[in-house]
Write a protein that binds this ligand. Structure first.
Ligand code: PEP
Ligand code: MN
Length: 291
């Protein structure tokens, strides 16, 4: 049975409604305009990448700490409740903390680890603090949910210590982070020469498996599976049918807008269609949770 998990003043899990996260793949200077448009449409949880793991070194890397400042200032100005942002390195946790203190954002920040940049040092560092809840994305090459569950333990156990005989030390004051969300984002099952319409293979059955084997809230990411915005809808639906606690959808300005997305633009839902995404989640919540 799923536990009730607090994310700031909101609660998810255990028969509570599904929460939508909507926001750009990558934060740009225009993020304040986008965030205010999202807030006007009722979005309260947003996402935005400031450090971008890329498959080629000449692809845009993200605006880093500058992007964190733009995103948190925009979130603060629009009284956004929760901001999800990616950290690729332990230094980024300190960078976020520093900007967070400077900007004075009063909502919650969830730090996420991307599909390809998970490493033990980063997970341990995220587990040795409990200021920021954590979201972990599984690797596209994972064949089962086990590696994701194992990675979650590095966070929930925090930094472990052993004595000089190799025996595990039990410290009652040991810091750890129990708030971990697990994100399902599609698998890379492609043969090298195989054409396919979707960017990744949908794996909504992982939502059910994670519910059966863990107490962590599950996030469904249809955007990175779809690769194109017109496919996001059906993949969102397939995920909702498994009742994830959270869904995360990438958005951008409308297609005719002069502002061009710097990453993942093809899969971004145009801002004019965001109300329909929210309506879909609302109708799902009305049907399953009576709210
Ligand atoms: C993202 O969420 O923008 C992202 C890069 O996703 P993933 O790590 O799943 O590829
Ligand atoms: Mn993206």
């Amino acid at each position: 049975m799923m536990a009730i998990v607090k994310i700031g003043h909101d609660t998810i899990g255990c028969g509570l409604p599904c929460q939508p996260i909507v926001g750009p793949c990558t934060v740009t200077r225009d993020v304040s305009d986008l965030v205010s448009m999202l807030a006007d449409r009722g979005v309260m949880w947003i996402r935005g990448g400031c450090w971008k793991p890329r498959s080629t070194s000449i692809s845009f890397w993200g605006f880093g700490i500058g992007g964190v400042e733009w995103l948190l200032r925009a979130a603060r100005a629009n009284t956004i409740k929760t901001v999800f942002m990616e950290v690729m390195d332990t230094r980024h946790i300190d960078d976020v903390r520093y900007v967070h203190q400077c900007v004075g954002f009063e909502g919650t920040i969830v730090l996420w680890v991307g599909a390809r940049t998970s490493n033990q040092t980063l997970l341990e560092a995220l587990g040795s603090q409990d200021e920021y809840p954590v979201m972990l994305k599984h690797h596209p090459w994972d064949t089962t949910i086990d590696p994701l569950l194992t990675r979650a333990q590095f966070v929930t156990n925090g930094e472990m210590k052993w004595d000089d005989t190799g025996a595990l030390l039990v410290d009652p004051d040991h810091e750890q982070n129990s708030t971990v969300l697990l994100c399902v984002r599609g698998l890379d099952k492609r043969a090298p020469d195989q054409h396919r319409p979707l960017r990744f293979s949908p794996n909504p059955e992982w939502i059910t498996e994670l519910h059966e084997r863990s107490l962590h809230p599950v996030v469904w990411d249809p955007s990175h599976i779809a690769g194109r915005s017109e496919f996001v809808w059906q993949i969102l639906r397939a995920g909702l049918n498994r009742q994830p606690e959270v869904v995360m959808v990438e958005c951008w300005f409308d297609r005719d807008d002069h502002r061009k997305a710097l990453c993942d633009g093809d899969q971004a839902i145009p801002i004019s269609q965001v109300p329909s995404i929210l309506k879909m989640v609302k109708e799902h919540n009305a049907l399953h949770y009576g709210v």
